[in-house]
Design a binder for this molecule. Sequence first.
Ligand code: BGC
Length: 706
Amino acid sequence: MATETLAQMDEDEKIALLHGKMPALLPPAKRAEGVVIGAGWVQGVPRLGIPALVETDASLGVSNLMNMRPGDHATALPSGLAMASTWNPELIREGGAMIGSEASAKGFNVMLVGGVNLVRDPRAGRNFEYLGEDPLLAGRLVGAQIAGVQSNPKMIATIKHFAVNDQETGRHVANVVMDEAALRESDLLAFQIGIEEGDPGSVMCAYNRVGGSYACENAFLLTDVLRGDWGFRGFVMSDWGAVHSTEAVLAGLDQQSGDQLDGKRWFSDELRPKLASGEIPQAALDRAAGRILSTIYRHRLDGWDERARQPIDYAANGRIAQQVAEQGIVLLRNEGGILPIAASAGKILVVGGNADKGVPSGGGSSQVAPVGGFKVFEQVSKDPMKSFARRAFGGTPPLDALRRELPSAAITYVDGSDPAAATAAATDADLVIVFADKFAAETMDHPDLSLDGEQDALIASLAGANPKIVVVLETGNPVDMPWHDQVPAILAAWYGGQEGGTAIARILTGRVNPSGHLPVTFPRSVDQLPNPKLPGSDAPKADKAARAIYGVQADLQPFDITYPEGSDAGYRWFDAKGLTPLYPFGHGLSYTSFAYGKYKVKGGKRLAVSFTVANSGEREGADVAQVYISRPGKAKRLVGWGRSDLQPGESSKVSIMADPRVIGDFDPALRKWVVPQGTYTVELARSATDIVERREVVLERLEVQP
Ligand code: BGC
């Protein structure tokens, strides 16, 4: 089909498919009639039934950046880290199907979802959008999300940002230096699994360079790995402002997105003369246009009607967002069973963290204006390239939700701006709940791990006044907790999306039993990180010459990022170095308890693990049991997990067939994954460091295609 259509197209029509615009930056007269304003728009070929590609962000719902569709809102899912904390692919798939249905109903046919860059550094500003530090967990979840989005008819999803755009500092100039095996076993593996399981129509290449060449003109990434080894069938679009040459088309980039952001219209104005002179062969144009066309057909976008809008059931969609938020909250600590809060709670003091407004999201292109709109919307940077990263409050405020859940308690709120008054009020309370937030956004990394402003001192002072204290963290990353030992209960609630406040209240009161588990390690301090100093944090500002080379969005002079951990991101680094984190990957408490039995590990060609889990406590709850593997000289790796919802006394069996790629090594010389023959240790665990049982097993050598 694509071949026949391509044969009927003239050069201008083909070129039209190869570049997109940001419709919000187009003068109204130049905008195609009826097209919804979103992140991007690619003109179609109406005479041949090829629709425009109408693109929206993305991973956490249909965003409406800078209110480009005045007043429009959408169901705001919790952050990616909250989604990953559910360890629940089925639920994440449902969330994907929900946001995809809203995108479709609003007139979009391409969603720029899902983000699966690995969390390598807890200071990175976009971690909240992503799915944690482990390639298997992140890859499976992003695959599920994409499959959900694309379960809607006539919808393309876009996995991003390919690859290793793992920090914001210098994202337009940084060059990641990592050997191939390390890349394949970490960041690339998350993409590989996500693509296998989700089959996205498109891949978005990243801003940064990898091994010296821009991700969007990197033949190794876009051609050898993505298409050659992985057999990716869709098309590659660039990130917005990530293209630096027309020759990128030869490396495997098919479409320049939002071309007003690049210095030049590389895939239109600059391409034409090069086609005419033969510098870029016609075949390259046909190949890129052909890939876009075949994706359009495969996802049945032909015949898509941009004017067909559907009503949206926001109430039903809000319930999905709430479920994700509830399953994504991690109970980190609960000394003395201070939680859940009893219905007869008495006097409760709620302090700080904008608990009266709600903290639904981080800032940047992923930010969704929740149903009901934002209550406050603050610009955080005057830099024009960062001005779209705004801090916003809205959704369900936890304070209102707590009052609803605990109607007979006397709940008072102080915002914490007067620490002395808050501390005095705490003395008199039966329970103090402190909300602590930290704003994270695209384009900005954190300088350190501490909470914003004076919140650490406030918490310490409140804890000094009243030992019955609970801290609820609403952050986009792991944070330091200098007050940790003084506080008996701590919840990591991330950014909870529009129903985050309701979810927090229902967890605190025990209406819902916490079941989230950390998808990232909480370090004790930055000194435990592979790069104690954030790469590029001392790079000089870009000058005119650097901007001429690296583009208008370049803000720093170029620098290299070396990741000393290689493929051992997160808990693997902590394991390899024998470091004890503040909270390990996989950790999460419950109000009930679980017991494990019949742990069986079978070796040979393929590793198979099974065990039973029983709810040995008094309440219904969900367990996330994990299995890790290691061998001498190698850090442990997650090979699987089982999430089991159990009534008290109920038990279930979990069976895991391990993917050899998370056991073995990538051998660049053989261009294969190799599981070496040998004895391995297989752990059934509650977290990366809380081991229930260990078994030794012998595995035979196995080679697997890349
Ligand atoms: C982000 C992408 C996003 C695009 C379009 C870029 O700034 O990196 O994730 O999809 O903008 O809004």
